[in-house]
Ligand binder design. Sequence first.
Ligand SMILES: NC(=O)c1ccc[n+]([C@@H]2O[C@H](COP(=O)([O-])OP(=O)(O)OC[C@H]3O[C@@H](n4cnc5c(N)ncnc54)[C@H](O)[C@@H]3O)[C@@H](O)[C@H]2O)c1
Length: 247
Amino acid sequence: MPRLENKIAIVTGATSGIGKATVELFVEEGARVVALDVNAPSEPLPQGVHFIKGSVADTALWDQAIADAQSKWGTPDVLVNAAGVSTGALLHELTDDDFDFVFGINFRAPMKGMQAVIRALLAEGKPGSIVNISSVLGHVALPAKTAYGVSKAGLSHLTAIAAKEYGEKGIRVNAIAPAMVRTANRGYAGMTSSSEVTARLDTLVDRTSLKRWGEPREIAQSILFLASDDSSLVTGTVLKADAGYTT
Ligand SMILES: NC(=O)c1ccc[n+]([C@@H]2O[C@H](COP(=O)([O-])OP(=O)(O)OC[C@H]3O[C@@H](n4cnc5c(N)ncnc54)[C@H](O)[C@@H]3O)[C@@H](O)[C@H]2O)c1
């Protein structure tokens, strides 16, 4: 039986990388999906996907996502916060604008999404599952990743707090901490040439136990586990899907 049969999901960051792979896998597993992204999809979306273009930093987008889901299918059972941005600067060079941009999208926006979905679930007395895409860099210090690292550390901790707050209502909240997944998300501070970035990324991949990149679909498989009833006893965890980077 498909693992998300009769489930309604909201997935952010839905037109690239991990979010896109998640939308595809969720549809294969029987879900209907409200897909959110600032960028329109480059190819037609599968059937069962309702796309809304906009920034997750905009509270109105969340109101629309919930309203559209409810009018088409019902209150969402699943939220996947995958939208994220990554800029790099050493602490003394980090501008307020850069910090606010990264923190706004990587921490505040998923929090707004969680609030919107949790309010809708509570109003109906419906259980649910929230999966936040954090990062190993929320747990491991990497130079020039101040805003990114603290936004992801915050998101991991928010995951644990929300899991405590809503567990007795049947709402599970978990996170995934990936490392080195082959997507468009590859900016590194002060590196302008692609060969310099590639060399830097190769050293990071070499630190993984599996000695290889992760693929978006592999992260989507972990997200599916946490989103579905297969993980019915799991809440408040941060699952390291990191090829052993942090081991
Ligand atoms: N790729 C990695 O190695 C890696 C490692 C750890 C964590 N992550 C996390 O995984 C998540 C997905 O990243 P990815 O690697 O798939 O990157 P990606 O750049 O391929 O995809 C990110 C998506 O988010 C969208 N997005 C960005 N800002 C948005 C906004 N304000 N509103 C709506 N959508 C927005 C982008 O348009 C894009 O489609 C991110 O949260 C990222 O921090 C990625």
